[in-house]
Design a protein around this ligand. Structure first.
Ligand SMILES: Cc1cnc(Nc2ccc(CC#N)cc2)nc1Nc1cc(C2CC2)[nH]n1
Length: 326
């Protein structure tokens, strides 16, 4: 089968346009700085294209994994990146190289790094609700585009959502399509995938995977971005899985202090056990939380509320209905 054609995991033949170069990557790029990321079978390093001086991210993917030739999986990742080429919120693929042991994907560099870092940051560095609303709209726009192409990501988490710039806050780029699937084939995809904290109940129950599987992960992602807390994380993996399967979620004031009730309503539309009852990406983009009906500066309103509570203040008729925090 020629390079440009390959049989994917679920028996689909996928065709790629990208020419996989066999000249030396190092003839055209200099590696700079420390590693950007490392997985079981891949490492990502910043590089500079010699001819343009432009920064990129080189993802070195091992072709042999656990004694098996996994080249087809890498070609699948290239095919999915190609299908998302016009998607402004998916990282773009620049070039690809092949050596005896690796395939190297030269990808767009998102200099702001993982949103994970801001999710776990202290107050002044953490996201405001207004930040999360803007980033959530971008994530959902990007995922809606993937889902329109029948592509499911299957590993959406804060580590795989990058920022073009951290300060001032830039735009998002969705990365790592190593576990992604095309849902074209009617054949059901049931493999156990993803990262425990973010994986949907149907994956744990070995039930069919769908675009709704990504929507569950987005619900977890938004929960973490707003609270810094991972909703299902237990001390052990089994406890995490039980929390997911039972949809044990804490929506209390302790966790959601200062977060609007519309934001909580948004998350509740995604952390739903039945995949068919979960909001789709397109439905999420129409949710009032993302369309100016929320008051994302609760501290201001809290202050306003306390001043309104005092006798000398009487809210004017035109005072907008105050959003009570979650
Ligand atoms: C500044 C930076 C900091 N940290 C990471 N982490 C990271 C997270 C997930 C993956 C997993 C993947 N793929 C690889 C690295 N990527 C960065 N920039 C990138 C990284 C990239 C492309 C995606 C590699 N463009 N710009």
């Amino acid at each position: 089968m020629p390079d440009s054609m390959t049989m994917s995991r679920n028996g689909m033949v996928s065709k790629i346009q990208t020419r996989i170069r066999t000249d030396a990557f190092k003839n055209n790029y200099d590696l700079v700085g420390k590693e950007l990321g490392r997985g079981k079978f891949a490492v990502v390093k910043k590089c500079v294209e010699k001819s343009t001086g432009k920064e990129h991210a080189a993802k070195f993917l091992r072709k042999r994994r656990k004694g098996q030739d996994c080249r087809v999986d890498i070609i699948n990742e290239i095919a999915i990146l190609e299908s998302a080429a016009g998607n402004p919120f998916v990282v773009s693929l620049h070039e690809a190289y092949e050596t005896a042991s690796e395939i190297i994907l030269v990808l767009e560099c998102a200099a702001g790094g993982e949103i994970f870092n801001q999710c776990v940051a202290d107050n002044d560095e953490a996201f405001t609700e207004k930040d999360v609303i803007r980033l959530a709209k971008q994530i959902l726009t990007g995922v809606a585009g993937l889902h329109r192409n029948n592509v499911v990501h299957l590993d959406l988490k804060p580590q795989n959502v990058l920022l073009t710039r951290a300060h001032p806050l830039g735009d998002i780029r969705i990365v790592d399509f190593g576990l992604s699937r095309r849902m074209d084939s009617m054949e059901e995809v049931r493999e156990i995938l993803g990262t425990p904290e973010y994986v949907a109940p149907e994956v744990l129950n070995y039930e069919p995977i769908s675009t709704a599987t990504d929507m569950w992960s987005i619900g977890v992602l938004i929960y973490v971005m707003l609270t810094g807390v991972s909703p299902f994380l237990g001390d052990e993996k089994q406890e995490t899985f039980l929390n997911i399967s039972q949809v044990n979620v804490d929506y209390s004031q302790d966790v959601f202090e200062g977060v609007s009730s519309l934001a909580v309503d948004f998350i509740k539309s995604l952390l739903v056990k039945n995949p068919r009852k979960r909001a789709t990406a397109e439905e999420c983009l129409k949710h009032p939380w993302l369309n100016g009906h929320s008051n994302p500066l609760p501290h201001l309103h809290n202050a306003l509320r306390s001043s309104l509570d005092e006798p000398e203040n009487s809210p004017s008729e035109s005072e907008p209905e105050l959003e009570s925090p979650a």
